[in-house]
Design a protein around this ligand. Structure first.
Ligand code: EPU
Length: 294
């Protein structure tokens, strides 16, 4: 079957992938689909099943480290307008999974909708944020999720209520699905209050995180609520530790920044080094927060 011609969507073979990530690291995706609508998504899932391929759903590419070689699977982005709808109905906001968090925040500002301000400055999409339960120290997106519409790998669409989803720290039971849409509980607030909150979140990020370099955000999960991985790495004296062009940020030790041409293996080696030092000094095993695709 000539799948390539059947899809109207821009589909690419051996697509260079690093520009789709915030780390700016990664080789090529064997199959790469800019999915436009549900029909195409179903077609792609058939193709995946026939070829027995692994599926990678790329959101904002802000939480992944991708191999420099060929990623032997099927990478999709929910790029079409069909995946980027935003609508508000009283105190519920329904948002397509492909919507960038930045767009969501802008929509909330224009319509004076509050609750999701803490997502400001996170360079991801709604789908990515929901599946990994993105958040800050005191807030997670799961605090406001009402329902999530998903497609399973057998192409069935389901609406999951909040109590049918299990959310943990930077994880959820949604990772076996493709998220299509999420609904959030929101409230109305004055523009001034919303803007004040946004400013506080953005300023905190700017002053504590290395936003001028490519990175994948925090590399490791915090071991528990009261212990920050960044603080442990910092106390091991690792700020500035460099392997190739991968370097522990001088600003925040839980960020590895790509100084210029960092390779996948530079980051992997640096992560291993950091873990061994933290284990040695504190007897704590750090667990990666980022997803590693290889
Ligand atoms: N700290 C250090 N040295 C460092 C970094 C931090 O001593 O190099 C100390 C800080 O001084 C502070 C404590 O560690 O006392 C916590 O630091 P921070 O406020 O930066 O919070 P975090 O726990 O390191 C978490 C999230 C971030 C989120 C911030 C802000 C995780 C792994 N990280 O960081 O999320 O932006 O809170 O709310 O949960 C991400 O998930 O990618 C991410 C960046």
């Amino acid at each position: 079957m000539n799948w390539h011609k059947e899809l109207k969507t821009p589909t690419k073979l051996l697509q260079p992938i690093k520009e789709y990530t915030t780390f700016k690291i990664g080789g090529k995706a064997k199959y790469f689909f800019e999915t436009q609508n549900l029909e195409e998504l179903k077609f792609i899932l058939d193709f995946k099943r026939r070829k027995r391929l692994k599926l990678f759903v790329l959101g904002g590419g802000s939480n992944v480290l991708i191999t420099d070689g060929v990623l032997s699977g099927l990478v999709i982005r929910l790029s079409g307008r069909a995946f980027k709808s935003i609508e508000v109905d009283r105190d519920v906001l329904r948002v397509g999974a492909g919507t960038a968090l930045k767009e969501l925040i802008n929509y909330c500002i224009i319509n004076r909708l509050a609750n999701l301000e803490f997502l400001a400055g996170i360079p991801g999409t709604v789908g990515g944020a929901v599946v990994m339960n993105a958040g800050t120290k005191d807030r997670s997106i799961s605090d406001f999720v009402k329902e999530v519409v998903v497609m399973d790998h057998q192409k069935r669409i389901k609406t999951l209520k909040r109590n049918q989803i299990s959310f943990g720290y930077r994880q959820s039971s949604l990772n076996k699905f493709i998220i299509l849409k999420a609904s959030f509980n929101i409230k109305r607030r004055s523009l001034k209050k919303i803007k004040n909150d946004l400013k506080a979140y953005l300023t905190y990020r700017k002053t504590t995180q290395p936003l001028d370099y490519p990175s994948a955000g925090c590399i490791f999960k915090n071991p528990c609520e009261s212990i920050s991985a960044g603080e442990l790495i910092d106390k091991c004296g690792l700020k500035g530790k460099r392997i190739g062009d991968a370097c522990v940020s001088l600003q925040h030790a839980n960020f590895i920044v790509n100084l210029k041409k960092a390779k996948f293996m530079d980051v992997i080696r640096l992560m291993k080094f950091i873990r061994s030092k933290v284990k040695e000094k504190f007897d704590i095993e750090l667990e990666p927060e980022i997803k590693i695709w290889q």
